[in-house]
Design a protein around this ligand. Structure first.
Ligand code: GMT
Length: 375
C-alpha cells in the first residue's frame, strides 16, 4: 500500500508512535510518505520505501496566524496525485483530521477517492480538542474519517463521552519493539550516573502541567530518604524550571540530573531501576511502555489508560492522582531488595511483550484494508 502519514514531528508520544509505525510499515514493504512541517525526530530515512515531504507555510505579514492547515491540505493533494498515494493516516485530530478531510474533498472533485484513517492520541480529545473553540471541528473531523482508532479503551470511552460521535472507534494500542538483542547491545554506562549502592529513578516527558512534575520530585524526595538513589529527569517544557527550583528548596539538587530533551532514551532506560509517571491523565502512557520494554518497573497514577499498560503489583504500582505518599511507599517496596526489584523488572518486560510491534502491526494493516474497502 502507498500510505501518507501526517503527524507532529516533535518528541510527543503521538509523533513517536506515527514515526515508528511508518518505519515498520516500510520494513513490511509498504510505501510510506511522511507529510509534516519538520522531519520527525525518530525518522531515519534509509529505506527506499520511506519518503518525507515538508510542509512549508509562507510567512505573510497580513496573517496574524499563518494557515498551516491550508498548506498541509494542499500538500496532501499534491503528494497524493504525484505519488499515487492510496490512503491517508492522520495522527492527532487537531488540525490533521481537519486538513485531511479538506484534502479528501479537493481530491474527490478531481475524481480521486482516498480514505482517511484518524488515530486519536489523547490530548487531542481530553485536553485541547475538548475546548469549545475546537470541539465542533474535532467532532466533525472524527465523524467524517473513514476509520477512527484510539490508542486505548479509556480514550475510546472518553471520546464517546465528550463528543457527539456517530461512528465506531477501534482500539489499536500503542506498541513497542521488544528486542532483547538490541537491548543487550546498548552501552549501559550506569557507573557514570550513580554509585554502585544507588538506585536510578527516571522520568521522561514533555514537562507539561498534565505530567504533574512537582509530584515526580516529591515522590523521589520521599524515596531518597529510605533508598540511596538518583533521579534522572529527561525532557523539556514549562514545568522544568519550577521543578529545578523545587529540588533546590528540598535540598536534593545533588541527587537530580535534568538532561533536557534527549535522543538516547533507550540508553538512559537501560540503566534505570524505576520509572515515575504520576500524570493527571494519560490516554496510554507510551513513556511507561518504553520503560517496561527495557525491563524497568513503573510507578504511575491509575488515571486514563494507564491501568491498561501498568499492572498493579506486577509491573509496578498505580496510585490515585496526587497520592505522593502511596506512590513513594510502593516505590520503596520495589527498590528495597534486589530480589523484589529483579521480579518487577522481569514482569515489566513480560507486560511490554503484549504490546510488541509485531502483534499490533497487523491490526493497523487490517484497519487500512477496511478503509480501502469502504471506498
Ligand atoms: O503526553 C503528551 O502530552 C503528548 C501526547 C501527544 O499527543 O503526543 O501524548 C499522548 O499520546 C501518546 C501516544 O499515543 C500517549 O501515550 C500519551 O498518553 C498521550 N498523552 C496524554 O494523554 C496526556
Amino acid at each position: 500500500m502507498k500510505i501518507a502519514i501526517v503527524c507532529y514531528p516533535t518528541y510527543g508520544g503521538s509523533g513517536v508512535v506515527a514515526t515508528e509505525l511508518g518505519l515498520e510499515l516500510a520494513r513490511r514493504g509498504h510505501e510510506i510518505h511522511f507529510i509534516t512541517y519538520r522531519q520527525p525526530v525518530r525518522l531515519a530515512l534509509l529505506n527506499p520505501n520511506l519518503h518525507y515531504h515538508e510542509v512549508h507555510v509562507p510567512e505573510y505579514p497580513l496573517f496574524h496566524y499563518q494557515p498551516y492547515e491550508l498548506a498541509l491540505s494542499s500538500k496532501l493533494v499534491d503528494m497524493v496525485k504525484l505519488h499515487g498515494i492510496e490512503l491517508l493516516h492522520v495522527h492527532y485530530a487537531i488540525p490533521h483530521a481537519y486538513a485531511g478531510y479538506m484534502a479528501k474533498k479537493m481530491l474527490k472533485e478531481q475524481g480521486i477517492k482516498i480514505p482517511m484513517v484518524t488515530t486519536l492520541h489523547g490530548t487531542d480529545i481530553t485536553l485541547v480538542g475538548n475546548h469549545p473553540f475546537y470541539k465542533p471541528a474535532v467532532s466533525f473531523s472524527i465523524n467524517h474519517s473513514d476509520v477512527v482508532t484510539s490508542v486505548s479503551q479509556d480514550l475510546k470511552d472518553e471520546t464517546y463521552r465528550l463528543f457527539d460521535i456517530k461512528r465506531e472507534i477501534f482500539v489499536v494500542p500503542n506498541f513497542i519493539e521488544v528486542n532483547k538483542d538490541k537491548l543487550a547491545g546498548l552501552p549501559c554506562k550506569r557507573s557514570q550516573m550513580a554509585g554502585d549502592n544507588q538506585k536510578i529513578i527516571t522520568h521522561i516527558s514533555n514537562f507539561r502541567e498534565v505530567k504533574r512534575i512537582p509530584d515526580v520530585v516529591k515522590i523521589f524526595n520521599e524515596i531518597q530518604k529510605h533508598i540511596p538513589s538518583k533521579l534522572l529527569m529527561v525532557g523539556d517544557g514549562p514545568e522544568r524550571e519550577p521543578a529545578e527550583k523545587l529540588c533546590e528548596e528540598l535540598g536534593i539538587m545533588d541527587k537530580v540530573i535534568f538532561f533536557g530533551n534527549s535522543n538516547e532514551v533507550n540508553e538512559i532506560l537501560c540503566f534505570s531501576d524505576l520509572f515515575l509517571l504520576p500524570s493527571q491523565t494519560e490516554s496510554f502512557g507510551l513513556a511507561a511502555l518504553e520503560a517496561m520494554a527495557t525491563g524497568v518497573p513503573v510507578i504511575s497514577t491509575n488515571s486514563g489508560g494507564l491501568p491498561e499498560v501498568n499492572r498493579e503489583g506486577f509491573s509496578g504500582y498505580l496510585g490515585n492522582v496526587g497520592d505522593v505518599q502511596y506512590m513513594a511507599q510502593k516505590a520503596v517496596e520495589i527498590l528495597k531488595d534486589d530480589e523484589t526489584l529483579a521480579t518487577f523488572k522481569q514482569n515489566a518486560l513480560k507486560v511490554a511483550q503484549e504490546f510488541d510491534i509485531q502483534k499490533i502491526m497487523p491490526m493497523y494493516e487490517n484497519i487500512y484494508r477496511r478503509a480501502l474497502k469502504q471506498q
